[in-house]
Write a protein of this length. Sequence first.
Length: 184
Amino acid sequence: TILSILLASVPAFAQEEYSKQEVSVQAIGSFVKSTWDKGVEQTASNSGGVLANYRYFFNKNNGVEVNYAFSSNTQSYGPQGVDTRNNEVSAAYVFRMPLKHFTPFVLAGAGGLVFDPKDFAGANTQTRAAFVYGAGADYNLSSHVFMRAEYRGLVYNSPTYGVFNGLDRTTHRAEPSVGFGYRF
């Protein structure tokens, strides 16, 4: 009888209310750390962009996300600068803690950055693998609509475009963002 009561209660626990899917669009800032190697400073101009995000949750706390971001900046190696379009694609594990009004979360994953030079003779488009990590919180505006504030960090090797060979180095991009999303 005790076993039948326990088995009968399993569906009640399984029907816990939570949103399984989310989409969001956020405005991002892009801030790349300057590095020095072989007497040459590699920098990138600060810029802004857009981040689109889709999340799927397996239960109320654990899920995965995929992201696409676009920004544009100037990558500089000493006095030489390359105007660049940056495309970012990433996937990450997300852990969230839904509360009444706020839902804080952390994430970690991997992705790729595609650096597409605009008008620099001989420069080639280049893709770099990246480690992605972050944290943030959603503020519930209704049962489905939320506002998101987030910080994402990306660690990757800087692009060389096939021109600045030997000058690539590990760098860090900080991406604070704010935007809106929808849960369903």
